[in-house]
Design a protein around this ligand. Structure first.
Ligand SMILES: [Fe+2]
Length: 187
């Protein structure tokens, strides 16, 4: 069924239409979700080098597509065994689709009133393991952390309303109650 292969190019074309049609995040998320699922499972875009991760960071971020103004952006992210990302937000909407291996997501809510720069109180609200084809859709402001508890490198497809190194976003330490700027290293 060659004609039904879903490619990164077709996905980008669909993304452009969706984000041009509406600025409503709920609409965008509900329309991007099934397409991210389809692209994740198609694996047409997947390359061996996407499994390369940064040992210091614990994960690897590979830019698959980025518009000149950074909106939207599509990454492949690989996660080393027993490593992950601290609680963070994205400064934009995010859709993450599992491609290879399990990734545990922990969800957090922010409790403080944001009146003290650098200070943040977080409470865990839930967790879920996402596998191949599972899709997580998060609106702006959503906070999660990620950990790969398996013995293999895991990989997922990430779609953001804007490249996350070009948004205002933070990482959090729930125990120290701190909020700091979060930038990722790109491969
Ligand atoms: Fe994230």
């Amino acid at each position: 069924m060659q004609e039904d292969v879903y490619t990164l190019e077709r996905f980008i074309e669909d993304l452009r239409h969706i984000t041009a049609d509406s600025a409503d995040e709920r609409q965008i998320l509900s329309r991007v979700r099934p397409l991210a699922h389809r692209l994740a499972l198609s694996r047409t875009w997947l390359r061996p080098e996407h499994y390369e991760a940064d040992a210091e960071q614990g994960f690897g971020v590979h830019v698959l597509h980025e518009e000149p103004d950074h909106t939207p952006a599509v990454f492949a992210a690989s996660w080393l065994p027993s490593r992950g990302a601290p609680p963070h937000d994205h400064g934009t909407w995010a859709v993450v689709a599992g491609v290879d291996g399990p990734e545990k997501n922990v969800f957090w809510e922010r409790l403080d009133d944001r009146s003290h720069p650098g200070y943040a109180e977080l409470r865990k609200t839930g967790e879920k393991v996402f596998g191949p084809g599972d899709v997580l859709a998060m609106p702006s402001g959503g906070i999660h952390s990620v950990v790969n508890e398996s013995a293999q490198v895991s990989l997922s497809l990430h779609v953001y309303g804007k490249h996350v190194n070009h948004t205002e976003r933070s990482k959090f330490d729930p125990e120290q109650r701190t909020e700091t700027i979060f930038k990722v290293k790109l491969k």
